[in-house]
Design a protein around this ligand. Structure first.
Ligand SMILES: C[S@@+](CC[C@H](N)C(=O)[O-])C[C@H]1O[C@@H](n2cnc3c(N)ncnc32)[C@H](O)[C@@H]1O
Length: 372
């Protein structure tokens, strides 16, 4: 049987349950939800699958060792127990990130320097090669209990690479994907995105509807470990390709801003989902619910108006949004509306009955997903 490892999926706080459901669908074991992440276990094949296919996960860490130590000497004992040669070689540039809370070992810089020097002593060739690749080791200490974890994703997974052309206040790709998943949208239904901006919601929905692995182009740091298993990775890649569907989708994206519509098209092309999205320039006040067989979802990330002087104008737009939703969507059992809302004031402006809520962090702020 292939070796089992322990992993930790880092997520935007609020997305834990959505991410846990994704992990279940990838056949992860021992799933335990924590604030801001999910512990799970499985093989290297699972690790590759999660990195390639997860939509709502920010990064995946591999747990290497837990320890209980109050001194650097004690930490050295645990560092010696890890088979570093499986992960690092002469081409590795090692970064050590330390987070210490309520622990005797609490000087993050000293712990990081000590750890790096210690691993360098164990692997004298570290950082001496020609093609350097960054690897990040995380040390977390809580009440003197520590955990050593290795980042397997490299760049954050929400940076899918298609959004070279962002507009104001774009949504993180992981949050957009999670919003679509939370809405329960299914690919035979219509999806309306009438304030599409740079298209993140529409693109993530199209990728989901086409069953496209969202991170195919990503350069995961685990692909640069000496223990990387190319055969296994190629097998998972092949599976990703065979799962992709050729189906037609009913995704209608629009925005009143010409630059946003152009950005959305550009980004959708880069994400290879442009054929799945119908795009037009339209003011939301002209929105008409389409006639559909299986109903649909209206999904919205409206402007918040955080800038001084914008609040009144934006709040009156939220009043209009409430009217549009009430008149066309709220009483139609075949339709659902999901909207990302910054605070109770904006929610009040909608004057709608909220059926479900999900609190999450977006750009450092607490925001709420509302289902109507
Ligand atoms: C917060 S942005 C959406 C960001 C988008 N989710 C993304 O990730 O790029 C809000 C969008 O609403 C659009 N918008 C504002 N008022 C509108 C209106 N009356 N009709 C249509 N679009 C509008 C803006 O042009 C902007 O692109």
């Amino acid at each position: 049987m292939a070796k089992q490892h322990k992993f930790f999926a880092v997520v935007v706080p609020g997305l834990e349950r959505i991410a846990a459901r994704e992990l279940e669908s990838f056949a992860a074991h021992d799933i335990t939800i924590e604030y801001g992440g999910i512990q799970f276990s499985g093989t290297l094949e699972l690790l590759y699958r999660v990195n390639l296919r997860a939509r709502s996960i920010t990064r995946v860490l591999m747990r290497l060792r837990t320890f209980r130590s109050m001194t650097l000497e004690g930490l050295g004992y645990d560092l010696k127990k890890v088979a570093w040669h499986l992960f690092f070689d002469e081409n590795t540039t090692l970064h050590v990130e330390v987070h210490s809370h309520h622990s005797r070992l609490n000087h993050s810089d000293d712990i990081a320097d000590f750890t790096k020097q210690y691993i360098q002593k164990l692997l004298p060739k570290l950082e001496t090669g020609k093609k350097q690749q960054s690897q990040t080791l995380h040390i977390r200490l809580d009440n003197n209990r520590g955990v050593l974890s290795l980042d397997t994703s490299g760049e954050r997974l929400d940076r899918r690479g298609y959004r070279l052309n962002p507009v104001k206040a774009p949504l993180r790709e992981t949050i957009a994907a999670a919003m679509v998943q939370w809405s329960g949208w299914s690919p035979e239904q219509a999806l309306l995105v009438p304030m599409c901006g740079s298209g993140t919601l529409a693109i993530e929905a199209a990728s989901l509807g086409l069953n496209q692995a969202p991170n195919l182009e990503h350069d995961f740091s685990c692909l640069h470990y000496p223990s990387y298993k190319d055969k296994t990775f190629q097998k998972v890649l092949g599976k990703c390709a065979s799962m992709q569907k050729e189906t037609s989708l009913d995704i209608l994206a629009s925005d009143y801003n010409k630059a946003a519509v152009e950005a959305c098209l550009d980004n959708a092309k880069r994400a290879k989902v442009d054929k799945a999205i119908q795009l037009e320039r339209q003011d939301i006040h002209a929105l008409k619910k389409p006639v559909t067989k299986h109903g649909g979802v209206l999904i919205l990330n409206p402007p918040y108006g955080q800038r001084i002087g914008e609040e009144a104008k934006v709040l009156s737009l939220w009043v209009d949004l409430g009217n549009i939703i009430r008149e066309q969507f709220a009483d139609d059992t075949m339709w659902k509306t999901v909207i990302i809302c910054p605070d109770p004031e904006h929610e009040k402006a909608l004057k709608l009955n909220i059926k479900k809520r999900l609190k999450l962090k977006h750009g450092g702020l607490d925001v709420m997903l509302l289902e109507i």
